[in-house]
Design a protein around this ligand. Structure first.
Ligand code: MD6
Ligand code: FE
Length: 205
């Protein structure tokens, strides 16, 4: 990882570190994610309304994020009943470099996007204490990230997230709505089969 310095980009308080992870660091992160996925396979969450999400997910850490007809929540176990694997040390190192937080994360959500997948506008608000930021790592194909407001609707701003980019949502940006409009296939050679991986680290409990 290169030295974080100051974020090169600040959009509505969301700090972006373009290319914080160089190619070898991205490859190591993918290997770490593969180990997480072996222990805790990706699954397709179902919203409380019964709709399948297009993104596939899993988690690492003391708790993981699940969604089904009972709603969204953090759980100490994968839907299979197995405990989640530990957060990879490579991901912890990114958190420590950019979060400015003295606590370590207890959850790392892994999102996988194939060519058609997207994520609707949402707030990350299932955590106990919003004083802790959320740190996100992008790997693989480029994704169009949209940033809105604390309330639903209103004007938004978009930016492309590329492989190796790291983003921090903390402080006044912590509860901004955000989402992934689309992923652009063939824009990265990092993942053999294409697609995009996103890791989000947070203090959930
Ligand atoms: C994604 N990211 O980049 C989805 N949430 O695939 C998020 O939902 C997100 O990037 C909170 C903070 C940063 C994020
Ligand atoms: Fe989010």
């Amino acid at each position: 990882m290169s030295e974080p310095r100051e974020p090169a980009l600040n959009v509505r308080g969301v700090a972006v570190y373009p290319g914080l992870l160089d190619r070898p660091a991205q490859e190591a992160m993918v290997q770490a994610v593969r180990r997480v996925v072996e222990a805790a396979p990706l699954f397709r969450p179902v919203t409380a309304r019964g709709r399948e999400m297009s993104v596939r997910m899993t988690s690492a850490g003391r708790v993981g994020w699940v969604s089904d007809r009972r709603g969204y929540r953090y759980e100490p176990r994968h839907p299979s009943g197995a405990p989640w694997p530990p957060i990879p040390p490579e991901a912890l190192a990114v958190w420590r470099a950019v979060s400015g937080d003295s606590a370590d994360p207890d959850c790392c959500i892994v999102n996988f996007y194939d060519a058609g997948a997207k994520m609707g506008m949402h707030q990350d608000r299932d955590e106990a204490d919003f004083a802790h930021p959320v740190v996100s790592i992008s790997l693989g194909d480029d994704a169009l990230f949209r940033i809105g407001n604390r309330e639903r609707g209103g004007k938004t701003e978009s930016l492309w997230l590329r492989s190796g980019d790291v983003l921090v949502m903390g402080g006044k940006a912590r509860l901004l709505h955000h989402g992934i409009d689309r992923v652009k296939p063939g824009t990265s050679t990092l993942l053999r089969e294409g697609g995009r991986l996103n890791l989000t680290l947070r203090v959930a409990l």
